[in-house]
Structure formats: C-alpha cells, structure tokens
Design a protein around this ligand. Structure first.
Ligand code: NAD
Length: 333
C-alpha cells in the first residue's frame, strides 16, 4: 500500500481524504505539523506528501524531501505561490495541484463577505448576542446599482461576476486574459480602481501581482470603497490597507486571506499574545471582516479536493503522467 505523508492535517481533512484514500489503496500518515525543511523528515518512508496553502515548499524543503526519498508533492489547493517550482524541477520532485474545485464555494464566500460589509451583519450578530438592540452605527448601503470591480475573471472571478449581476450591480473587470461576452465590461486596471464601489480580488499571487493593491492604487480609488480579498493575502499591501482604512479611503474591507496569515490562520491562537500589530488593528476595526482562509471550506469543495488530489497521486503511483498546471515563473513568494 502506498503511503502519503499528509501535512497540516485538520479534522475536516480526514473526512473525505480518509474515506477515499482507503478505497484507492493508499494509506495517509496524518501529521499535524506544517511542512517545512525541518519537518520534511517526517515523510521518510513515503513516496509522496500532501501539502496545503501555508506549507512551505521552498528550495530547502524540496531538497529535504528528496533526501528522505519523497518523489512527489500533491498540493490539495489551487494556488502554488508557496512552491519553488524551479527547485522542484531541478531536484526531480513532481508537484501537482487541484486547479479547480467548486469555484462557487470561493465566489459565494466573497459574496457573503460583501453582503456582511454592506449591511454590517457581522456587527449586528455580536450586538444582539449581548442584548444590544440599538441600530446606531449599523446603516449600510445597497448593492443594487453599485459597480463591482472584479480583478481576475477566471473560474472564481466569473462566478462572482454572475452573483453581482444577480444583485443588480454593474460589473467591470480587469484581467490580462479577458473572457468576452458575459456582460462584463473589461477596463484598464487603473480605471477599475477609479470606478468601482466594491473591488474583489480573484487573480493568483505571482511576482507580478505582489502588492497589486498598494498606496498608489488606494489613492486613486473612490472614497469609501469596499475591498474584498479571497485570493491571496500578499496581493494587498496590508500596511497601506490599514492607512487607507484609518483615512476613510477604504470604507470596508473583507479579508479571507492575509499576507502574514501563515503564522496564525487555521490555528486557535486565542490564548496567545498577537504579535502581528497590523492584523491586530485590522481585526479590531468595525468595518473590517476577517475570516481565516475559509472560502474553500464547503463539503462540496472538500470532496472535490480529495477526489482530484487522490486521482493525481494514483496516476503518479501507477507511472502515468500528471499535469502539474504550474509555471516556473510563479516562483515562491
Ligand atoms: P483561475 O486560474 O481560474 O483564474 C485566475 C485569473 O486571474 C485568470 O483569468 C488570469 O488571467 C487572471 N490574472 C492573472 N494575472 C492577473 C492580473 N495581474 N490581474 C488580473 N487578473 C489576472 O483561478 P481561480 O480558480 O479563479 O482562483 C482565483 C484565486 O483564488 C487563486 O489564484 C487562489 O489564489 C484563490 N483561491 C482562494 C481560495 C480560498 O479558500 N480563499 C480557494 C481557492 C482559490
């Protein structure tokens, strides 16, 4: 039976992976550790590892995995900015990912954040639990008639556009590879920043998109703009975001991802001192809603992720070609 070292295991991972791996004759070595150059040794004896978004697949880890006899890394996610693709190619570590799984899960989560911020339901929920039924400070805004600016119209971005159309919003988008003919008006990036009332990020993190949203781009945005990021944290310069929130330029922000999330997201750190001042201040603002990289977390997506990851591993173990769906230029960020 082929063994796979499964890093950063959470209880919800075991439900579908556990069931479907057994059916496919694979044994998972459940590890709670994150993958990095020091924990790579825990995969000794396994031909493959299974890794997630905050596992580190940089050069040091790739070398350590190969030293321990690991031949493949199966990412159970779409993004691969945590992988040094060039190092993996050089060292002969096969890496593959799940390019598509329930993109609706992510698009719907972005929409859930957008609605919460528009109507301040995240504040109302906390208030009424404490028997505070005052409406002061809860005035929202209608989405109907507003302009959504969608950055990246791939699988998730397109579904988010459809949801926005459903709310009666106008949709403008920026994507270097536009998909014409869906009622989406493609505009230049700076024009999107100037015109949108709500900006939602759905592009990958690459060296080109690192801090795509920064001081200069906040400067040209509408006053009171709503920013939503369900893609990757480092698309936004967090310090610039905090400044823009303090100045009122950004009216509300919904973050499912954060550039330094690797230290805290997915973990219960409620009894520890929060060392990240920027995150600390962001979370404490009334107009900021932070979720812990959970846009993917639906039963449908978890099943699809397990199926595709295990299919990739099965193909690899039986010597068949597995499409990596990655380009070397992505690098590690
Ligand atoms: P996709 O590959 O289908 O689409 C990405 C789109 O971004 C493409 O159309 C591409 O042309 C476009 N793009 C590339 N560079 C761009 C740029 N500089 N500006 C604007 N657009 C650009 O990917 P997807 O499945 O739609 O996923 C989008 C992103 O969502 C992923 O990159 C991933 O980081 C993120 N994601 C997050 C979660 C979560 O749980 N929060 C889950 C899955 C995916």
């Amino acid at each position: 039976m082929e063994q796979v070292a499964f890093y950063d295991t959470k209880p919800y991972d075991k439900i579908w992976f556990g069931r479907l791996a057994r059916e496919r004759g694979m044994e998972m070595r459940w590890l709670e550790n994150r993958l990095n150059k020091d924990t790579a040794v825990l995969a000794s004896g396994c031909r493959a590892v299974c890794a997630f978004v905050n596992d580190d697949l940089g050069r040091g880890t790739v070398t350590a995995l190969r030293k321990n006899g690991v031949e493949a890394a199966a990412l159970r996610c779409a993004g691969y900015n945590n992988v040094d693709v060039a190092a993996a190619e050089k060292e002969g570590l096969s890496v593959f990912r799940v390019p598509a799984y329930s993109p609706g899960s992510v698009a719907e989560h972005a929409a859930a954040i957008m609605l919460s911020l528009a109507r301040k339901t995240h504040k109302a929920y906390v208030r009424t639990r404490e028997h505070n039924f005052s409406l002061n400070g809860l005035t929202g805004f209608e989405l109907r008639g507003k302009t959504a600016g969608v950055i990246g119209t791939g699988k998730v971005g397109r579904l988010f556009c459809e949801i926005c159309f459903g709310f009666g919003m106008k949709v403008i988008a920026y994507d270097p590879e536009p998909v014409w003919g869906r009622g989406i008006e493609y505009v230049r990036f700076d024009e999107l920043c100037r015109r949108a009332d709500v900006i939602s990020l759905h592009c990958p993190l690459t060296p080109q998109t690192y801090h795509l949203i920064n001081r200069a781009t906040f400067h040209i945005m509408k006053d009171g703009v709503c920013i939503i990021n369900t893609s990757r944290g480092a698309l936004i310069d967090s310090d610039a975001l905090l400044e823009a929130i303090k100045s009122g330029k950004v009216g509300s922000a919904g973050l499912d991802v954060y550039e330094e999330e690797g230290d805290v997201f997915y973990e219960d750190v409620s009894s520890k001192v929060m060392r990240d001042d920027t995150l600390n201040i962001l979370i404490s603002q009334p107009n900021v809603l932070v979720t812990s990289h959970q846009a993917f977390l639906t039963d449908e997506a978890l099943k699809a992720i397990a199926e595709t990851t295990l299919e990739n591993l099965e193909r690899f173990f039986s010597g068949k070609n597995v499409e990596s769906g990655m380009t070397v230029t992505a690098g590690i960020l």
